[in-house]
Write a protein that binds this ligand. Structure first.
Ligand code: AMP
Length: 415
């Protein structure tokens, strides 16, 4: 079933969204992207004449009530975004009356699902090494099923529009789908868009395909790098992981970020790229600083000749041009992770070169997908988010999908 096929008139829809928005110390929302992202789905249901029961998590309360992570804080912002009043259920697992009283066009927001440990389904207060852990886990899984059934009992139809948590098999993202038949569960518009964007990258590839992997560490990106190796024509590896490669190749990297236990992994990646005929683009020069801050002294040097006491903080001019040359002619582009410490204004040039080349390629007809928290922050910082084809809202979920893993949140609905 799809959202467009379903007529919500007179139905109560339970919608899992990702309203895990950042708040300042006074509980004010500092970035409402996630609320805006869910609006098309929520508005479609209301426009059909349905009523909405919205559920989400916020932060990591670890199964305990924590007023600082209460969704009551965002109720008014949701009401404003929807243009209608929003009621609030202060206990998500005891909202029968509020749900039953909902009339068409009305909206109920449930309190943070993660105030209950059943949402995540992980046993609390017991270590994995404890002999009783297995039994505790089974007991928690049973409780998770009951919790999911309770949530399901509020509504006629279930919609999952929370891509950010689609890689988790939680009560509200996956287990709950068992309580609805195939005709009354579906993905929301945001989820549909995200799944389609990943599909463009994984199966509908127009060549050349250039992937750019940056960020701090090679170890957290190894799964995706390995999967992409079978698909891409050009693979740019940049950011902090540059120096693990430079060290593995025998260079001097000063005090740059380095995963000393991953040197062999770096050499294996280089070898694999050769075997598969992938054009691996690594930085050859970099901007180094004598301290980890925006105003430190800087100079440009080769990645394998970094003096003692200096660290690589951005890609150098030769590397920036090499990155751009591999991106400009591409017809499919995937970018995850910045090329330098872009949070510092003086070290944005590498990421900026990638963003500019991606924008240029997109204008020439490429499909470009930018995903993962930091690269999204990067294109937002440069004001270029609307000049690439798709900016994903999912961090971990996006990476796991591109690694080729099945997302439980999608599988539970689609079967
Ligand atoms: P990740 O979470 O692994 O995607 O890494 C993102 C972070 O990597 C950002 O906060 C960047 O500041 C950081 N980063 C990128 N390049 C470097 C570098 N050369 N040295 C230290 N950190 C970096």
């Amino acid at each position: 079933m799809t959202l467009d096929q379903y007529d919500f008139n007179g139905k109560k829809a339970l919608v899992r969204v990702d309203f895990n928005v950042p708040l300042d110390e006074n509980g004010n929302i500092t970035d409402d992207t996630r609320i805006r992202g869910a609006l098309p789905t929520l508005k479609k249901i209301l426009a059909d004449g349905g009523s909405l029961i919205i559920m989400s998590h916020m932060g990591k309360p670890k199964g305990k009530v924590n007023p600082k992570l209460s969704l009551a804080q965002i109720k008014d912002a949701v009401a404003k975004a929807l243009g209608t009043e929003v009621k609030f259920a202060p206990d998500c697992a005891n909202a029968d009356q509020e749900a039953a009283a909902l009339k068409p066009g009305e909206v109920l927001l449930l309190e943070n699902l993660r105030f209950y440990p059943e949402e995540e389904g992980k046993p609390v207060g017991i270590d994995k090494a404890d002999p009783g852990y297995k039994a505790a886990k089974e007991e928690m899984k049973a409780r998770q099923k009951e919790f999911a059934k309770k949530l399901a009992s509020y509504a006629d139809v279930y919609v999952n529009d929370a891509f950010g948590t689609a890689h988790r098999s939680h009560a509200s993202t996956a287990v709950i789908a068992d309580s609805f038949d195939a005709d009354s569960k579906m993905l929301g518009y945001l989820m549909e868009k995200e799944v389609k964007a990943v599909d463009n990258i994984l199966s509908d590839i127009k060549r050349p395909f250039t992937a750019i992997m940056g960020g701090s560490k090679v170890s957290t990106k190894i799964g995706i790098i390995e999967n992409l190796m079978d698909k891409v024509d050009n693979l740019i590896l940049c950011g902090g992981m540059t120096y693990t490669f430079a060290k593995a190749l025998g260079g001097n990297i000063g005090k740059s970020l380095c995963e000393s236990d991953k040197l062999q992994m770096a050499l294996d990646i280089i070898e694999k790229a050769k075997q598969k005929g992938v054009n691996l683009v690594l930085a050859t020069d970099c901007v180094v600083g004598d301290d980890f801050n925006n105003d430190c002294n800087t100079m440009v040097c080769n990645v394998d000749e970094i003096p003692e006491g200096w660290e690589g903080l951005d890609a150098g001019p030769v590397s920036r041009e090499a990155f751009a040359a591999a991106i400009r002619p591409a017809k499919t582009i995937l970018w995850n992770g910045p090329a330098g410490v872009f949070e510092f204004d003086n070290f944005t040039a590498g990421s900026r070169a990638i963003a500019d080349a991606s924008v240029e390629a997109t204008a020439n007809g490429a499909f470009s997908l930018v995903g993962g928290g930091d690269s999204v922050a990067c294109v937002n910082k440069f004001g270029l988010a609307d000049k690439v084809s798709y900016v994903s809202t999912g961090g971990g979920a996006l990476l796991e999908a591109i690694e080729g893993k099945v997302l439980p949140g999608v599988a539970a609905v689609k079967g």
